[in-house]
Design a protein around this ligand. Sequence first.
Ligand code: ZME
Length: 531
Amino acid sequence: MRYPPVSLLRQNNILLIRGITLLFLSCVTIRISLCFSSVPSTLKALSVDGHFNFDEVHHAARDFGNRYQFLPEAVLHPKSVSDIATTIKHIWQMGPHSELTVAARGHGHSLQGQSQAHRGVVINMESLQGPDMQVHPGNSPYVDVSGGELWINILHESLKYGLAPKSWTDYLHLTVGGTLSNAGVSGQAFWHGPQISNVHQLEVVTGKGEVVTCSEKQNSDLFHGVLGGLGQFGIITRARIALEPAPCKVKWIRVLYTDFATFAIDQENLISVEKTFDYIEGFVIINRTGLLNNWRSSFNPQDPVQASQFNSDGRTLFCLELAKYFHQDETDRVNQEIENLLSQLSYITSTLFQSEVTYVEFLDRVHVSELKLRSRGLWEVPHPWLNLFIPKSKIKDFANEVFGNILTETSNGPVLIYPVNKSKWDNRTSIVIPEEDIFYLVAFLTSAVPSSSGTDGLEHILTQNKRILEFCETAHLGVKQYLPHYSAQEEWQTHFGPRWEVFARRKLAYDPLALLAPGQRIFQKAIITFS
Ligand code: ZME
């Protein structure tokens, strides 16, 4: 490396801190008030449309991952964007003499405390009201939404106009700001790209408390930085999301393979041709039984005995999952197209399962699993999830080792595996992906379920995750983590590779005190105390 970027950043930080310190030293009264007033009272003095809560803060110390808990000092329930700007500007103006940091919390689905702020301020983004969701029909339709809006609500609102977003996550009870700070990947991503490739404009509150509208044309560096930016450059308060005409119904198809290479060839062909399915995913079946793994019944409750003829003999199976969208009056055409596409695949003939569901039923499918798991107390358990992007050229090596040697028993929760096209990802955004034109998303979505013996299997799952990561490392697979988590800045630099320089420059530009999203553990707020 030509120069150490961390020290560049630290140096710049110190320059900035010096400037601020001079300012404070010249203004004794401000300095005294900052030193001696407690954190809550300075926040209490702020005039906001919503409110701060200093007592009920425990929910904001938890997330879906259920593994890390850091209590914030306060939770802001903002009503307006200016509430967020006022709060951040206040903390920014306190300078490096306070340890206050700020985390935006959407629906709380981070996995390792990314939406938490230890002794800081958590902003409850779902409280943010702002202007109502506004659908704009026309030639290139879009919807303007709050950053705290859930995707499920956007679906229902846009459907009133016969429209819907193009690119999704598997689970829709997540906020717009949350998924756009990561990427937002599901079975549409091979064609439309991730959700961050389907946004026209953002409104962002930076780490200096400035409200900035940004797009490809306007403040484009901030726009690209924030997309996939892990919350490091600003809080997404509004977003303009691309829409398309929505289908009414979906043909939902699953077919099985015993040979991984055959499965992968079919997936790669399907994502590479022009006329193809609207949704392409896949998952691994490792000797499974039990509720979390009961894919057959969740797939088609009307037909509980489907595929029972097929005996896998304890072998690992690979399930290709496909969907084709259509309108009621297009049944003949869609059946013909599906038949054509399926005739080019090499799955085990007796394993074709088809069902027909509404578009909403299809998109909101994971919510069905959620309700089942909740009813059994299996939702609020630790989720030591591991998500990886793996270059196409290495996916066989990965599958052989991981599905052949490391994961030999059933896991609680799905293991997803499907390829996407890099051409649909914008390399100006902050997301880090492998170098190749096609790479796979592999997602180990494991739940640590308490057993009668009192253990929850968490340690075992963490050990397996570690073995998987260590294999990727030693075999030089060129893997990148999705929804990455690291504790040390050196590890983050390795994650970003040549993109670290841009990431660190953007941090200095938009959040120079490192107030935002401290739970990512990429940058640390420098705290200066008087001696
Ligand atoms: C905890 C749980 C996750 C139950 C079902 N899931 C999922 N199922 C299928 N695809 C998913 C998923 N979570 C993310 N993607």
